[in-house]
Write a protein that binds this ligand. Structure first.
Ligand SMILES: [Zn+2]
Length: 99
């Protein structure tokens, strides 16, 4: 019997890196990092992290287009923070320190 290597990364680790790459490429000057909140429904909410460490109160939502709109989030948009199962912060490696 062949043993498959065990992948212990959660399903969102690739997804969050992919989203971060898209945003950092599109807005290289805008933010130094992105804070991802993974929800139990499968949606990923993300907020920009600015140079001073402040987190943007506005958030974006990422969801697989093929899954269609999320009924849970449509009904409970105000409670999304209570449904977070994990948080990931990704920093841009292209961040340049300016005096
Ligand atoms: Zn959702």
């Amino acid at each position: 019997m062949e043993q498959k290597p065990q992948n212990t990364d959660p399903w969102w680790s690739d997804r969050t890196l992919w989203i971060a790459r898209q945003i950092f490429t599109a807005y290289p000057e805008d933010c130094t990092g992105l804070k991802f909140s993974i929800l139990d429904c499968g949606c990923i909410y993300y907020q920009r992290v600015f140079r001073d460490g402040e987190i943007d109160p506005k958030f974006g939502i990422y969801r697989n287009a093929s899954d269609g709109p999320c009924k849970i989030c449509m009904q409970q948009e105000n409670t999304w923070k209570e449904r977070v199962i994990d948080e990931v912060v990704v920093y841009s490696s292209r961040f340049i320190i300016q005096d």
